[in-house]
Design a protein around this ligand. Structure first.
Ligand SMILES: Cc1cc2nc3c(=O)[nH]c(=O)nc-3n(C[C@H](O)[C@H](O)[C@H](O)COP(=O)(O)OP(=O)(O)OC[C@H]3O[C@@H](n4cnc5c(N)ncnc54)[C@H](O)[C@@H]3O)c2cc1C
Length: 300
């Protein structure tokens, strides 16, 4: 069965773009994760559509990976096909921008600045692709993708559809794709004209704020804010958990809502730290924290 699948994948995506047993640690910002049975780079929308049709026909599980900046991949890896979208066109017309799902958010933010388009400064420094950014509705400093997304092209149930911002049902780190899976192909954003120099100044301010965050490999903030005025990092710190360590995974003393890989962490280490923090916070405050990290593969 694997040989047939491999043939399909190579036929659609090109032999050089299909890897077997590719370590996911190479493709996630946590730098943890075992092998993906297949790992495929997809170079065009047409190939993506064919690939998804083939996988659905063969009833094989797949997972679309962006920059892997919000993913915790199992030490056992993933027994399916990990798809990495590798098309990344960015265009604009007046205040409207289009970016392919594989475009890096940093490239989109810089493109906007160069063309005098404001509205994405808050996203400076967030590691993401457009696909992952829309899926997660990533955000910072009281802004998020939902503020600028107008339309999103997706592949859902074998068809290409265009969804409006409203239909995506965006919420805090939420989009409809979490309940109704779809492959995001690209997004149309609406920005505002402004001077590039002013945009650049605002971006520098954001960089300065973000520089206080931990620099070791991580997936950013682990837990969602349960409600306004509940500052997860501070609550974790109050419980004396700064620096709490299992193996190579640690509650960052710099920002306690980050779990960092201090070197050689396994998924199991990260998972144990995450669950310990969750239990301690619930025991002390009664608040059940929800993780925003996406799990890939089976957790032990
Ligand atoms: C140092 C650091 C700082 C961070 N700071 C922030 C922050 O300030 N704000 C914030 O919100 N997040 C932050 N994050 C988390 C992360 O950057 C965001 O969640 C981001 O949106 C993840 O994008 P990605 O492309 O890496 O997606 P991935 O992590 O690869 O994937 C996340 C989810 O999106 C899905 N997905 C990806 N692409 C597609 C697609 N084309 N179609 C369908 N589904 C898709 C995946 O299947 C997965 O379920 C940070 C992470 C790190 C490491």
């Amino acid at each position: 069965m694997d040989a047939i699948l491999e043939n399909y994948l190579q036929y659609i995506c090109g032999q050089e773009n299909v890897k077997r047993n590719e370590p996911l640690a190479r493709w996630t910002t946590f730098r943890v994760g075992g092998p993906a049975r297949f790992f495929v780079l997809v170079e065009s929308k047409e190939k993506l559509q064919k690939l998804i049709s083939a996988l659905e026909y063969l009833e094989r599980p797949y997972f679309v990976l962006g920059l892997g900046a919000n993913v915790l991949a199992s030490d056992k890896g993933y027994d399916g096909v990990v798809i990495k979208i590798n098309f990344q066109t960015i265009q604009h017309n007046d205040v409207f921008m289009y970016a392919d799902a594989g475009a890096k958010l940093s490239a989109v933010v810089n493109y906007a600045r160069e063309h005098g388009l404001s509205g994405l400064e808050w996203a400076t420094g967030i590691p993401a692709t457009i696909g992952g950014g829309v899926y997660m509705n990533c955000g910072a400093f009281e802004h998020s993708m939902s503020d600028v997304v107008v339309l999103v092209d997706v592949l859902q149930n074998g068809k290409i559809k265009t969804l409006t911002n409203h239909q995506i049902n965006f919420g805090y780190r939420h989009s409809c794709f979490m309940e109704e899976p779809a492959v995001i192909i690209g997004a149309y954003l609406r920005l505002k004209h402004d001077k590039s120099a002013k945009i650049a100044t605002r971006m520098r301010e954001i960089v300065a704020k973000r520089n206080r965050h931990p620099h070791e490999p991580s997936a950013g903030s682990v837990f969602k804010r349960p409600y306004d005025n509940f500052f997860v990092g501070r609550e974790i710190e109050k419980l004396g958990l700064a620096g709490y360590t299992v193996g190579g995974a640690q509650v960052s003393p710099r920002h306690c809502n980050f779990i960092v890989n201090t070197g050689g962490a396994t998924c199991r280490d990260v998972w144990q730290v995450l669950n310990h923090v969750k239990q301690q916070v619930e025991a002390a405050t009664g608040v059940k924290l929800e993780s925003e990290i996406v799990i890939l593969g089976e957790m032990e």
